[in-house]
Design a protein around this ligand. Structure first.
Ligand SMILES: Cc1ncc(COP(=O)(O)O)c(C=O)c1O
Length: 412
């Protein structure tokens, strides 16, 4: 039971699903003049667009991974280009770049555990075509500073919002600040339908390109499956009505999720603040984050490793495919075909960076002394220790006490 949304699946989701089953329409397309067709996918898109504060949202069956891939393609990213991405992120932020043919250029994270804007700027070259700003562990990246860097160089930002659905940055929905944003609805995420994704953008042309890519080149706004002008060849990542129905019910629970996670996180953090040796992640917008994680920073990697072992957690440098140095397929440059850009390039063209441990020394050092306490998520690769969505004050206090005592024991 990994994320907060899945813990709350109940009568509302079941009712939504039954409505769809009784309607007889399972595809996102149906006859607009037939009242039995409920157009749940279309409604979901409208509600997410409104929540995010953008004109367009596009639901996808292919998860956050497809959302990122299609967003990059729609921006025109392709073979020979470079895309800057943090070295601390789920591997899909990087593989979506690889499968456009562009070269992922890893950048350091700073004390926000999100992209370091100065390091991003230092890595920009004439080939840089996009910056993927990941809002890791529920908290927005330094979007103002990243936007300033991106604008200076005329490069678009793709917001990878997969781990932070429902978060805001200075009053604006995440995904609305860059050129385009991507959400995930897998079961570890804020709300879920098992698997699924969403693109958000305010840019009409980008939306049309994403829509066409997700449905065989078709044009948007179709409720019915009619032919429409096809600007280019597309694929099929169409969302269907059943997962959309589940997500509509989940979406109505977002305020409850956000409020409860913030309350629980405050309890745990207040108790840990009694120990001066425990540091915390810098939050760009403490009220805007979704609060699924409390990231603690300990004085040394040795102490962090001992505390992690004590409570059954992991230090973040051990977080599987969330840290570049553990992505063996990336380090060994393995793609499904082994052919073509970005790893199989003509001699003398575009060198491939070394993605092995040590490529990002500041990220390595920070992650090695950091542990995330799950507040609404239990994930063996990110937050193996913590509390859950349905836990209340007693469990939050018990969790904080266990962690605090483990730190005190290991400081001696
Ligand atoms: C930061 C980040 N980006 C992208 C993805 C990919 O999302 P999905 O699993 O829905 O394809 C995830 C999911 O784990 C993620 O955490």
């Amino acid at each position: 039971m990994p994320g907060p949304g899945i813990e709350l699946v109940g009568a509302e989701e079941i009712a939504e699903v039954l409505e769809v089953m009784n309607s007889g329409f399972l595809s996102r397309y149906g006859p607009s003049d037939d009242p039995r067709f409920l157009a749940k996918t279309h409604r979901l898109e409208e509600e997410v667009a409104a929540m995010t504060g953008v004109r367009h949202a596009l639901a996808l069956s292919g998860g956050g991974s497809a959302a990122l891939w299609i967003a990059l393609l729609a921006l025109g990213v392709g073979a020979g280009d470079e895309v800057i991405v943090p070295g601390f992120t789920f591997v899909a932020s990087i593989s979506s770049i690889v499968y456009t043919g562009a070269t992922p250029v890893l950048a350091e994270v700073d004390d926000t555990f999100d992209l370091d804007p100065a390091d991003v700027e230092a890595r920009i070259t004439p080939r840089t075509r996009a910056i993927v700003a990941v809002h890791m562990l529920g908290a927005p990246a330094r979007l103002d500073e990243l936007k300033a860097v991106a604008d200076r160089h005329g490069i678009p930002i793709v917001e990878d919002c997969c781990q932070a659905f429902g978060a805001t940055y200075k009053g604006r929905g995440i995904g609305s600040i860059g050129a385009i944003g991507a959400f995930s609805f897998n079961e570890y995420k804020t709300i879920t339908c098992g698997d699924g994704g969403m693109i958000v953008t305010d840019d009409d042309e980008l939306y049309e390109r994403c829509f066409a890519m997700h449905d065989q080149g078709h044009a948007p706004y179709r409720l019915e499956s009619r032919y429409a002008p096809r600007p280019f060849l597309g694929m099929n990542f169409r969302m269907t009505e059943l997962p959309s129905a589940v997500l509509l019910a989940q979406l109505r629970k977002i305020d409850r999720i956000r409020t409860h996670l913030h309350e629980n996180k405050a309890i745990v953090r207040d108790m840990l603040e009694e120990v001066p040796d425990i540091g915390f992640r810098t939050l760009t917008d403490p009220d805007g984050e979704i609060a699924t994680h409390l990231v603690t920073v300990l004085p040394t990697a040795e102490i962090a490793t001992a505390v992690a072992a004590d409570v059954g957690a992991i230090t973040l440098d051990q977080s599987g495919w969330h840290v570049y140095s553990k992505m063996n397929h990336l380090i060994e440059r393995r793609t499904v075909t082994g052919k073509g850009y970005p790893f199989d390039v003509p001699a003398g063209d575009h060198p491939v960076p070394d993605y092995g441990l040590g490529a990002l020394p500041r990220t390595d050092a920070l992650l090695a002394r950091s542990i995330s306490i799950g507040i609404g998520i239990r994930d063996p690769n990110l937050a193996a220790f913590g509390i859950r969505m349905r836990d209340g004050e007693a469990e939050a206090r018990a969790c904080a006490a266990t962690y605090r005592d483990a730190v005190i024991r290991n400081l001696r």
